[in-house]
Design a protein around this ligand. Structure first.
Ligand code: HEC
Length: 161
C-alpha cells in the first residue's frame, strides 16, 4: 500500500512537472513569434486597408487607376530620401497633410490631382512607411510594361516631370 502511494505521488509529480515545462515553453515560443510577426503583419494590414484602396495593386490597367501604385511612390521617394528615417518621415508627413507644394510626383498630381487629406494617425503612417521601406511592394500586372513604355531604360520612374 505504502509503495503504491509513493508511485502515485511520483506519477502525479512527473505529470505536473511535464505540464509546467510545456506551458513555459509554449509561452516563450508565442512571445517571440507573435512579436516578430505582428509588427509586420499589422503594418501590412494598415497599408492594405488605408492606402491600397486608392493605391491599388489589383487594377487591371493603367486607365482605371485613381492613384499611382505604392511601388512607384517608393521608387520616387527613395531617390530623394535615401535613409529609412528620412523616407519614413517624408512619406508620413506627406500623408498626414498632402500639400501641392510638397509633392514630388508632379506627373501623378497633374493626372490625379493632389492626394485628398484624410484622418490618418501619425503612428500608423510611420508603421506603414517603415513597412514600405523594408519590404518589396506588390505591383499591378500592367506595371512593368507601363514602366518600359513611359520611362524607357532610365530606370525607376524616370524624371517624373
Ligand atoms: C483617397 C485616395 C487615396 C488614399 C486613401 C491614399 N492616397 Fe496617397 N495618393 C493619392 C493620389 C491621387 C496620389 C497622386 C497625386 C499626388 O501625388 O498627390 C497620391 C500620392 C501619394 C504620395 C506621393 C505624393 C507626392 O506627390 O509626392 C504618397 C507618398 C502617398 N500618396 C502616400 C499614401 C499613403 C501612405 C497612404 C495610406 C496611409 C495613402 N497615400 C492613401 C490618393 C490616395
Amino acid at each position: 500500500m505504502e509503495k503504491h502511494l509513493i508511485y502515485l505521488f511520483l506519477m502525479v509529480g512527473l505529470l505536473f512537472s511535464c505540464n509546467e515545462n510545456k506551458k513555459v515553453l509554449t509561452k516563450v515560443d508565442q512571445k517571440i513569434s507573435v512579436n516578430d510577426y505582428n509588427n509586420e503583419s499589422e503594418a501590412y494590414e494598415l497599408l492594405k486597408t488605408q492606402c491600397y484602396i486608392c493605391h491599388s495593386v489589383t487594377s487591371a490597367s493603367h486607365d482605371e487607376i485613381i492613384a499611382p501604385p505604392m511601388a512607384a511612390i517608393k521608387m520616387r521617394y527613395s531617390r530623394t530620401y535615401r535613409t529609412k528615417e528620412s523616407f519614413v518621415e517624408a512619406v508620413s508627413n506627406w500623408a498626414i497633410d498632402p500639400k501641392l507644394e510638397n509633392g514630388l510626383m508632379r506627373g501623378a498630381i497633374k493626372q490625379f490631382n493632389v492626394m485628398p487629406k484624410q484622418a490618418f494617425k501619425k503612428e500608423d503612417l510611420k508603421k506603414i512607411a517603415s513597412y514600405m521601406y523594408e519590404n518589396e511592394l506588390e505591383v499591378p500586372d500592367w506595371f512593368a510594361e507601363h514602366e518600359k513604355e513611359m520611362h524607357g531604360n532610365r530606370g525607376g520612374m524616370g524624371k517624373n516631370k
